[in-house]
Each structure stands twice: as structure tokens, then as C-alpha cells.
Design a binder for this molecule. Sequence first.
Ligand code: ADP
Length: 187
Amino acid sequence: MRLILFGPPGAGKGTQADFIREKYGVEHISTGDVLREAVKNGTEVGLYAKSFMDKGELVPDEVVTEIIRQKISTLGEAGFMLDGFPRTLEQAKCLEDILTGAGAAIDAVIFLEVPDQEVIQRIIRRQKIEGRQDDTEDLIKNRLRVYKDQTSPLKDFYEGTGVLHAVEGVGEISDIAVRVEGVLKNL
Ligand code: ADP
């Protein structure tokens, strides 16, 4: 199973990813987590990425695409779910190339739909708990703007390839997991 978890920052992609991993044993690849790890370790990629992340901007396509290319090449048959990637049309096209080269394709894009106001409140709460540095209110607003401008056009792209499934991302976490499950069992 090859999935993409799609939606605005704070949509709950990571939370749903945990359920899916437990149930299906697919690997969870979060570009945000990989980048934060690189920043923490002070690697060359980390130092470069940090300047973009601190502003709520996207890290350049070449950097994240290379991360994904490497991750995917090390995976076995169980499949994967991508969280936070692709975020631009260019990244989506690179992903198609990577998968086509491996004789594979995306089975489903789960689009977690959450209204802006709810997203802002969730991220502010998360900031208090996790202390993530890119979770101040101005940066959140910038991340949402970047999402609207650069990432949300991907909905049309995946609708066009027939793999997009919208799931209401508001309510109890377990109810949302049931909705996601409803999509996955029909694949
Ligand atoms: P969120 O979903 O809360 O916005 P993530 O943890 O997915 O946050 O990502 C945090 C930051 O890492 C982003 O704001 C961006 O700077 C960078 N990043 C993560 N994934 C990508 C990507 N696919 N392309 C470009 N930048 C990315």
C-alpha cells in the first residue's frame, strides 16, 4: 500500500499515520520529522533547511525530493505513507517519476479536511505542548498561506489521477480513524 496523507498543517496527518502504521504495518515517512532531525543533528541539510523552516517557508524542492528518493529506495514491500510530501506540484511530479521508475504507483491520497480556524487553534495548543519553534501565530498563518498557494493545488492533480479521497478531519480522533479506515479497506 502506497499512501499520501494530505491536508493543511495541523490537520492530524501524524496522528492518523500512527493508526495506519499499527494496522497495516506500512512505514511512515514525514519530511517534517526528517528535516527537524537534520536540524537537531546540525547536518549540512539541516542547517540549510532551518532558514526556510524558521520562516514557515517551504524547503526547496530538490532537498526534500532527494530525502524522499533515498527513503523510498530503502523500503521493502510493506509499502509506505508519506506525510508532508509532496507539497508542491514539482514534488508531486518528481514522486511520479521515482515511483514509475520502480514500477509502482500511489494507491490513495487521503485528504484530511479541516477548517482554518480549527487548524490555528490546534497548532497553538501543540506549540504549548511540544514547543515547536515554527508554531508561533505569525508563522502558522504563513504556513497556511504557503499551503493554500503551493500545496492545495495538488488536490486537483490527484483528483485527476483518480486517487483522491476526502475525509472530514474534525471530531474525535478515533472517529476520524474509522473514516480513514473506510477508505483504505476499499482499496
Ligand atoms: P506542518 O504540517 O505542521 O506544517 P511539517 O512538520 O510537515 O509541518 O513541516 C515543517 C516544515 O518543514 C515546513 O513548514 C517546511 O518548512 C518544511 N517541510 C516539510 N516537508 C516539506 C516539503 N515536502 N517541501 C518543502 N518543505 C517541507
